[in-house]
Design a protein around this ligand. Structure first.
Ligand SMILES: [Zn+2]
Length: 179
């Protein structure tokens, strides 16, 4: 009698569970052969992977989403910690003093990368390597920082307004809190 999909899956899982260590040690002792096999059949394997992915796309997305949602705090913590460090590193490449070039604000939470002569949006749209985030672009070394400076978010907004409307009469004052 033919097995149903469910039954076959269950048997396979049972087999994999009981033979886990055996399989792992086999893989371990056949590393070179496996690597050679993968190298030799790379295109075929890639094609199969792609086909499998296309067929199972929705399932994969669902699983990834579910995993992400379950572990969201872990991801967030990781992202915050690592991205925060990367951000400061990139900002200090633009200006080691980590200050707004206009008002002097040195609260790094408010600082943003600014194109001194404008053209930020153009660069944004022109990039074809998929990198849209200045922090990551600077970090990658794909562009220099000579035409960039740091502005706090308030001064950056004002800069934008004055580019669009001309002089606005607005000004930003950084009233540094002493603590
Ligand atoms: Zn400012």
């Amino acid at each position: 009698m033919a097995l149903s999909d469910e039954e076959r899956k269950a048997r396979r899982k049972e087999y994999e569970d009981t033979h886990k260590e055996l399989r792992a040690s086999w893989r371990d002792s056949h590393k070179d052969e496996l690597a050679a096999y993968r190298e030799k059949n790379r295109e075929e394997l890639n094609r199969k992977n792609r086909e499998w992915y296309q067929k199972n796309k929705e399932k994969v997305c669902l699983r990834t989403n579910k995993y992400y949602k379950k572990n969201i705090s872990k991801y967030d913590q990781y992202k915050k910690k690592s991205y925060g460090g990367i951000r400061l590193e990139s900002l200090s490449k633009v200006d080691p003093s980590l200050k707004c070039a206009n008002c002097g604000c040195d609260d790094t939470r408010f600082l943003e990368v600014n194109h001194i002569k404008g053209g930020g949006m153009k660069e944004h749209q022109k990039r074809d390597d998929g990198m849209r985030n200045m922090i990551l672009i600077i970090r990658s070394g794909k562009r220099g920082t000579e035409d960039l400076n740091l502005l706090c978010r308030a001064c950056n907004s004002l800069d934008h307004l004055e580019r669009v409307y001309g002089k606005t009469g607005l000004s930003v004052v950084w009233d540094k809190k002493e603590d």
